[in-house]
Write a protein that binds this ligand. Sequence first.
Ligand code: PGA
Length: 258
Amino acid sequence: MKYVIGNLKMNLLTPAERERYFETFIRELKGKNILDVSVVLCPPALHLEKFVEKIGSEKVSIGVQNIFWEDRGSFTGEISSLMVKQFGVEYAIVGHSERRDIFGESNATANLKIQAAIKSGLSVIYCVGETKNEKNKGNTFEIITKQLKEGLAEVPVSKINKVIIAYEPVWAVGSDEVPSSDEIMSCKILVKKTIGEMFGIADAEKVCVLYGGSVSSKTVGQICTEPGMDGVLIGRESLIPMEFLKIAEIINANNREL
Ligand code: PGA
């Protein structure tokens, strides 16, 4: 199965804007041939319940953009994976570069969140990737390996199939710059190899590896199809249902040909 995951970030500011999004999304969804892809939308936490109600269906699953690792209690401003699971959420993004960069999240906190999400029965979309500076220094592989080893430490082998890895070069997020297909493919191979060493080759096979960072219907061939990725994580274009579902259709068509 291929994934097309939308990260709506801190957008859809008014009830009216949200309604318009639902209307457009539902209209665009009609008649779309996307049966062979898993479509996931990750709205701001405030909108989760309405998203589950309005567009959470067999065709579209809903994910949360961030969670805390404790289940409940005195943690002002946080929401837990156990909580969102009760409201019909199925996925959690963990370790997004904006969380790492702006909110100081580390591989260690990502690890706590991944373990909590899995324990609550959520699937995890774990983001890894290098900054421009790390890339220029030739440290891409070292950074990704560390993010995987520390982020996935002590995840039970039986649960590694609940983890999806999103390779998102930080410099490609929100920038319109994208890596070459060869660069993306080599990172996919690295992810598979590292997970294989940690959890065994058979289980590494089950882990999907997505690409994220400036994905559009124009770039999806180069960054998803050519390097053989298992799907994409989309930021800006997920705010435009027509464009987002066009990407899903392209991946669906390609998936069927394989
Ligand atoms: P972008 O964001 O598609 O706007 O580059 C990707 C992401 O942040 O996941």
